[in-house]
Design a binder for this molecule. Structure first.
Ligand SMILES: Nc1nc2c(ncn2[C@@H]2O[C@H](COP(=O)(O)OP(=O)(O)OP(=O)(O)O)[C@@H](O)[C@H]2O)c(=O)[nH]1
Length: 520
């Protein structure tokens, strides 16, 4: 586990948002602060200066230019890595190294080394100031799976299926910022064309809080600026912080990209080009003396640089580019359905939302996670059906790490257990054992992964004998609410939906731990 000394972190940036996960479940009294929003100043290394030098020999009394060019400055590169899970290890100011200066004997300056900054999977990069960054090697692309792209770059995706939308540079250029008539209220989903949504999203992004959902209302105030209306439902930020947050977010020009795959890289600040050495000016090689050659080079520089006073502008390395970015870690869903294969997660997702995941009586029907939207009058939350967990998943058995990684990106957990798994001589294990194994798998993969608000869904209550198992489960698990449901018949669904809403909106904080389960 990472050191909990996160309290030492610099809070220079007012745009930094911090989520706190209690670790009391792990026997630690400290709280871990997860930094999921971060302001980054990146500066590419300056180019090295070119060298003005002439080599004289017995055969060439006048001297020939032999000053090498300066080296290019290093780039600042963001790299997607599963080894980091938030921005707490990042520094706000990142500089790449400058290029080496050129030298005589045609020696070219060394290239400044790049600065590679590792960011977690699911990082959304937003540009505040500077040039639009460019992808390197393994870029994030529009063709990636929507699941892999939490706020997909695919402009045609319905944002009702995604928690947020991302504006890529080409879309952003022609995205008009559309405002609603004063007093009117709309959800983003009401805007049919992508362009309209993009325009709204530019503004909406500017005023959204960390947990605003796509179903939240946008309204227009007298100054014709669009704002989210469901601010009361979020208690994450104080009034003052909220104003700061809005101020910062309003600076954002574009959502540039999302890094969603291990190894994806994005150059966010480019190194400056190296200056030219005298070797680049051969036509002055026939100077009467090296000194005159130097003067000629300087003269040429001043001519080529449009009469710039600084005669050495061509021989000096250029300055590396600078960008100011806001990095944000997006969650893929508010709720993650976690359970063993065949527990009924897909059926449940279909029952609580309009999603249509594949349902089958065999294990691992769900190979790709699906997301459903739960709409309430005042709120909309996203639920992810995560592929069935098995014992040893933390060692990458079954679908292993693929889905465990997805669980990291959910705010709350709904453990789905099969009440009938061990009934009538079936080979399954009782629900309380299922819960224990689920928690242990999460914890083995990453300590603290299960330490988030949770509830239990006791599915298949319709099966003969399931009522008795449910009573026993209630006796053994008392720390978290348990919702008995029959997903196929959609029984117990309204109560479960209320419970999920309560959990997501922070009205109830209950966490399931192994210690909280009475085992044999
Ligand atoms: N009797 C009964 N059967 C159910 C219920 N919910 C789901 N099932 C059945 O359980 C089986 C598994 O359902 P799924 O929804 O595919 O289970 P899953 O947890 O998504 O399975 P994986 O995709 O393997 O992770 C199917 O045959 C469903 O019809 C229920 O409430 N009662």
């Amino acid at each position: 586990m990472k050191s909990p000394l996160y309290s030492d972190l610099l809070y220079e940036s007012m745009c930094e948002s911090v989520s706190i996960y209690s670790e009391s479940d792990l026997g630690l009294s400290l709280e871990r602060k997860m930094i999921d929003k971060f302001r980054l100043w990146a500066k590419g290394g300056d180019g090295g200066n070119g060298c003005v030098s002439f080599h004289r020999s017995r055969h060439n009394q006048h001297g020939r230019p032999d000053g090498g060019n300066g080296g290019r400055g290093g780039d600042v590169i963001l790299e997607c890595s599963p080894a980091v899970w938030d921005f707490s290890s990042l520094q706000h100011h990142v500089n790449a190294k400058r290029g080496g200066h050129g030298a005589s004997k045609n020696k070219i300056g060394t290239r400044g080394s790049d600065k590679v900054v590792q960011v977690p999977i699911g990082t959304v990069i937003q540009l505040v100031e500077g040039e639009i960054p460019s992808p390197v090697g393994k870029p994030s692309s529009k063709s990636l799976d929507p699941w892999e792209l939490p706020g997909s770059l695919d402009a045609d995706l319905s944002i009702s299926d995604q928690q947020s939308m991302t504006i890529n540079p080409s879309m952003a250029e022609d995205a008009e910022t559309k405002c609603l008539p004063y007093g009117e209220k709309h959800t983003l989903n009401e805007f049919p064309t992508c362009k309209e949504r993009q325009g709204l999203a530019v503004k909406a992004e500017a005023s959204r809080k960390a947990t605003v959902h796509t179903g939240a209302f946008l309204s227009c105030n007298k100054e014709s600026t669009c704002e989210w209306e469901d601010v009361e439902s979020d208690s994450a930020l104080s009034e003052e912080d909220w104003e700061d947050e809005v101020e910062v977010m309003e600076e954002i020009k574009y959502n540039i990209a999302e890094l969603t795959e291990q190894g994806q890289q994005l150059t966010v600040a480019c190194g400056g080009e190296g200056g030219l050495g005298s070797v680049a000016f051969p036509k002055f090689s026939k100077s009467k003396s090296p000194r005159q050659g130097i003067q000629n080079v300087n003269y040429l520089c001043s001519q080529e640089s449009d009469g710039d006073d600084d005669q050495s502008s061509l021989t000096s390395g250029s300055t590396g580019s600078e960008t100011v970015l806001i990095l944000e870690l997006k969650s893929i869903a508010d709720v993650g359905l976690v359970g063993f294969p065949n527990a009924g997660k897909s059926t449940l997702l279909g029952a609580i939302s309009r999603a249509k995941p594949t349902v089958g009586h065999y294990a691992f029907t769900t190979l790709r996670p699906s997301i459903g939207n739960l709409n309430y009058d005042d709120l909309s939350i996203t639920v992810a059906d995560i592929p069935g967990l098995i014992k040893g998943a933390h060692e990458n058995r079954g679908l292993g790490h693929a889905f465990l990684r997805h669980i990291e990106r959910t705010m709350v957990l709904a453990y789905v257990v099969d009440l009938a798994a061990a009934l009538d001589g079936r080979k399954g294990i009782p629900p309380w054992e299922q819960l224990k194994d689920l928690i242990l798998e999460l914890e083995y993969y990453r300590e603290g992964l299960s330490a988030r608000p949770s509830l239990v869904v006791a599915n298949k209550i319709d099966e003969a004998g399931a009522e008795g198992v449910y009573e026993e489960l209630k006796r053994r698990v008392q720390d978290v609410p348990i919702f008995p449901v029959c997903a196929v018949l959609e029984e117990g669904i309204p109560e479960l939906k209320d419970g999920l809403k309560m959990l997501v909106s922070g009205g109830q904080v209950s966490r399931l731990t192994v210690d909280g389960i009475l085992l044999d």
